[in-house]
Ligand binder design. Sequence first.
Ligand SMILES: Nc1ncnc2c1ncn2[C@@H]1O[C@H](COP(=O)(O)OP(=O)(O)O)[C@@H](O)[C@H]1O
Ligand SMILES: [Mg+2]
Length: 452
Amino acid sequence: MVHCHPLWENYLTSKSCIFRTIGFPDIFQGHFPRRALFSSSSGNNLQGPSDSISRGTIIIIVCAVVGAILLLAIAIGCCLCTHKRKKKPSRETVVLAAPAKRLGSYFSEVATETAHRFALSEIEDATDKFERRIGSGGFGIVYYGKLADGREIAVKLLTNDSYQGIREFLNEVALLSRIHHRNLVTFLGYSQQDGKNILVYEFMHNGTLKEHLRGGPNDVKITSWVKRLEIAEDAAKGIEYLHTGCSPTIIHRDVKSSNILLDKNMRAKVADFGLSKPAVDGSHVSSIVRGTVGYLDPEYYISQQLTEKSDIYSFGVILLELISGHEPISSDNFGLNCRNIVAWARSHIESGNIDAIIDASLDTGYDLQSVWKIAEVGIMCVKPKGAQRPTISEVLKEIQDAIAIEVQREAPQVQQLMSKRSMGSVSINTDNSVDLEQNASFDEMLMRPGLR
Ligand SMILES: Nc1ncnc2c1ncn2[C@@H]1O[C@H](COP(=O)(O)OP(=O)(O)O)[C@@H](O)[C@H]1O
Ligand SMILES: [Mg+2]
C-alpha cells in the first residue's frame, strides 16, 4: 500500500509522487523519488545514502511550505488591518448620524485630560446622595446639587442603556468639554464610578422653556412677546454656534422646548447638544432615528440622513410654540382632524389668519408685523424638504428683525422716559419706592429692550 503525504495530491507515477501545492510558486512544485515518500508495507525502511538526502530535502520542503503558509496568513492579516484602518475616517465623515462619536473618536484618549472628572463621593455630597430630583428624560434622571465651592449643578445620572460602553461615554464627554458658548448650557464635568455614568452641568434656575410656555402650578407663563423673541434669539445663537462655529459641525438632533433652559435672568441656553440618544422618545424604539416626537424632521425620519436642516425643522416647531403656546402634539388644541402644530399653524398662516394661532395669554401691545415675521420663518423651517429650509443664521436674522420691530414700536415711549429723566421730572413718592424702581427699570430697558 502506498501513501503520499496528504498535503500533496496523490499523483503517483511509476517513479515518483508528483507534489503539487495549489497556489504556490513553481519552486515549491516538484517530483521526488518515490522511495523517499513512502515506506514499504513490511515496515522496513530502506535507508541508503540517497534515502537520507531525500528525507532531508523533504523536511526542508515541508518547512518551506509551512513557512510560506504562515507568511501568507500574516500578509493577509496585515492587509485586512490596514484596509480597516484606512476605511475608518471616511466612514466617520460620512455618517452624519453620529456627530458626537465622530468628533469624540478623535479625542477619546484625551477625554480625561480635558473634561473634569468628579469623584462619585463628590457628587453624592453635592446632591445629598441624589436627594432632590429635578426631572427625567431620555437619558435618565436629573438631580439638583451644590458643590463644595458653592456652584449649583444639575447632575444627570444616565441610564445604563444610554451608552454602549465606557468608550462611547468618554467620547461624548470629550466632545462636550470642548464646546463653550454663552447660549449653551455649560458642561462642568463627568463622573464614572461604580457602574454609574454621570454628566454634570451648570444648574439653570428657571427650568425649561416648555414649562414657561404651558404654565403650571410652579411655573410662571411668559406672557411677553418680546421676552419670547429674546429666548428664540438666544437659542438660535446657541444652535448657530453648533452649526457654524464647531468643526466638524455638530447637529443637535434633539432641539425642543424642554432642551431650552432659562437661567436666573431668564436668558436662554440650549441643553443636551452633542449627546447620542438611544431612541425616539415616546414612540417606537429605533436604533437609527433619534429625536423627539413632534419635533422630528419627517425627511430625516424617512431617509435617515441627518443634516443641520433637521435641527432647523425642530427649531421651526419651537417658533410655532412660541407664537401659540401650544405643545407640538395635542389631541385638544388643533381642531377635529389635526393633532400636529405644524399642519394646524400652516393652514392658518397660509390663509392669512395669524390671529387664529396667537397665544391668547400673550400681553397685548405687540406688533402683528413681528408675529408675522416669526410665523413666516417658522413655516419656512418646517418645509418638508430640508433644502427648502433656511439656515440657522437666516432664522436668527429674522428673529432679530422681529425684535427690532418691537423696539421701534416702543421707541417713542423710551424717548418720553428719557426726556422726563433729563428734565428731572421723575418724582419721588413719600415711600420712595415707585420711582426708584422706575429708574432702575428704565436703565435696564435701555440695555435690554426685551424687559419692557
Ligand atoms: N442644567 C439643568 N438645570 C436645571 N434643570 C435641568 C437641567 N438639565 C435638565 N434639567 C431638568 O431635567 C429635566 C430632564 O432633562 P433631560 O434628561 O435632559 O430630559 P429632556 O431633555 O427630555 O427634558 C428637564 O426637563 C429639566 O426640567
Ligand atoms: Mg434635556
